[in-house]
Design a binder for this molecule. Structure first.
Ligand code: PEP
Length: 254
């Protein structure tokens, strides 16, 4: 089955409103017509409005980097799915390894955020991945199986059709170390098998699984050529219009 490639840029805590606007205005011209790729940028919350406006009428979609599970209430510093929807946001990254590492995110909170995002009509990008010592200890599959089972608990196949999974080996994020295409493919195939086990084969075949971890213009084509790799979640290389556009072009089949 043909799954549309999705390339999403995670800007993390970078880019003010004016910088984000300038990046998207530049990017728009560079990637116009690359409609075989879903292109997403995920700026910080305070930059969302400027970026949503700059992306209007283009093939660039906007995502948030997190979403809270409650609709509203006493959750100082948090943003709800409804608020993001109203701001024109279409996607939301959930469970990024930096949130797991620095902000106490767990598979259980991922699951709660995911359900709230789906209920509001956002498209979740759910991050999973193993640490270096887990990879070296031969625990990668067990770690991913646990993240998948707990993170996707209580969801239906119809829910899974709206979700993108980002496989990000934590040891490859921001380190310049990329999993080889073969290594990444092996793990993506395992993730698809795990989804088939939890749901069914059709759901597993349809779900898009991005690779993330030091993906750049020069390794993108080789990665997305793998049968189970359907795009990328990009940190560093998404912060400049030229490098991000080159990556998108190399991931495109145009
Ligand atoms: C990320 O933060 O999701 C990521 C993959 O970062 P980088 O591309 O910089 O490794």
């Amino acid at each position: 089955m043909a799954r549309k490639v999705i390339i999403a840029g995670n800007w993390k805590m970078n880019k003010s409103g004016s910088e984000g606007k300038a990046l998207v205005e530049d990017l728009k011209g560079r990637v116009a017509g690359y409609n075989d790729v879903d292109i997403v940028v995920c700026p910080p919350f305070t930059t969302l409005a400027a970026v949503v406006k700059a992306a209007e009428g283009s093939n660039i979609k906007v995502g948030a980097q997190n979403v809270h599970w409650a609709d509203n209430g006493a959750f100082t510093g948090e943003i709800s799915a409804g608020m993001l929807k109203e701001a024109g946001v279409e996607y939301a990254i959930i469970g990024h390894s930096e949130r797991r590492q620095y902000f106490g995110e767990t598979d259980e909170t991922v699951n709660k955020r995911l359900k709230a995002a789906l209920a509001a009509g956002l498209k979740p990008i759910v991050c999973i991945g193993e640490l270096l010592d887990e990879r070296e200890g031969g625990k990668t599959e067990a770690v991913l199986a646990k993240q998948i089972k707990a993170g996707f608990a209580g969801l239906t196949s119809a829910d899974m059709n709206k979700i993108v999974i980002a496989y990000e080996p934590v040891w490859a994020i921001g380190t310049g170390k990329t999993a080889t295409p073969e290594m990444a493919e092996e793990t993506h195939a395992y993730i698809r098998k795990a989804i088939a086990g939890l749901f069914d084969g059709t759901t597993a075949e349809a779900v898009r699984i991005q690779y993330g971890g030091s993906m750049k213009a020069d390794n993108a084509a080789e990665l997305v050529k793998q049968p189970d790799i359907d795009g990328g979640l990009i940190g560093g290389a998404s912060l400049k219009a030229d490098s991000f556009a080159d990556l998108i072009k190399n991931a495109s089949s145009k």
